[in-house]
Write a protein that binds this ligand. Sequence first.
Ligand code: ZN
Length: 367
Amino acid sequence: MTATTLTWSDRFGQHDMGDWAIYIPPTGLVEPDLHLDNPKRTARLRLLIAKTGLEERLDTVVPRAATPAEIEAVHSAEHVARMAAVSEAGWGDAGGGFTPMNGDSYELALLSAGSVLTCVERVLGGEADNAYAIGRRSGHHASRDTGYGFCIFNNVAVAAAAAQRAGIERIAIVDVDAHHGNGTEAIFYDDPGVLTISLHEDRMFPLETGAAGDRGGAGAEGANLNIPLPAGTGDGGYLYAFEQLVIPALDRFEPELLLVVAGVDGAMYDPLSNLALTAAGYAAAAEQLLAVAERHCGGRVVFEQEGGYSHVYAPFCWLKLIEVLAAAPRSEDPFADFLGGGFNELAPHQRELVDDLAYATHKENQR
Ligand SMILES: [Zn+2]
């Protein structure tokens, strides 16, 4: 049986930014509501893990916190000190103006990075075959000198740097969050030992990054792959991009460790993207990533949780990813009846777009 570690702290299901509306403060005409990055989402996932019986198949462990020194492997000491000071003051912003922090946020960010570190340590140490890190706050928009887009520290980058220190030379990071993994890309842009792949909605967030032509810095050409996909892509187009672009890139790179940035905000009902994916689509993508880990990494793969803002549907998508990792029976998606039919089949224009991207990538690889 597969030994799958799940990291969980009750604090992930409690950290609350208060009554913001989407991601702006409730002032003037705007009524108080939930901030999109609210604790309901992870709390509901934790309940589902218990209700479905999945937790009996998991080694659930409380993660350790990352140390500031571990964070500083990928962030400047100034950024770390500023985040500590913002929390110390009790309220402020991590960067960009819509990434609020309260008195708990700095410690939660250390615990979120530590959550991924704990998973990587257990997988590399042989205590787990694979692992799933729950965390709050998210990380993939955070770059060396600043937080951004709800993110404080780049959790997956902190973990990849730790794996490098442990002697792992070839690490692949696949970011399935609907938004571009700009922070992760920037941190490893010149590192040929870390392949960063991001599938994201084209022209979404951040607007200024995520272009298909950004393939890595000098000496690391080809070690970054961006796959911008149009709104309405659905499972068909997404999985075709996996088959034509993601899997071939991973097979060429032959990673020793696979890290997956598991945002599910590309799902239907998500208020922050329009990719129109379903829980079944995420499960199919996860299966392909697990097969890559089997082929190249001795099965060593860590998924770390990121975006997903429908507090009703996102938990069902995350649940599917954990079920795939644990080789557990699949629970039903209560929304499946509404998400079937033709819309998530591959459409000819989607095939053409992915083929064009694959052709351009293939030509570059020939150079
Ligand atoms: Zn996102």
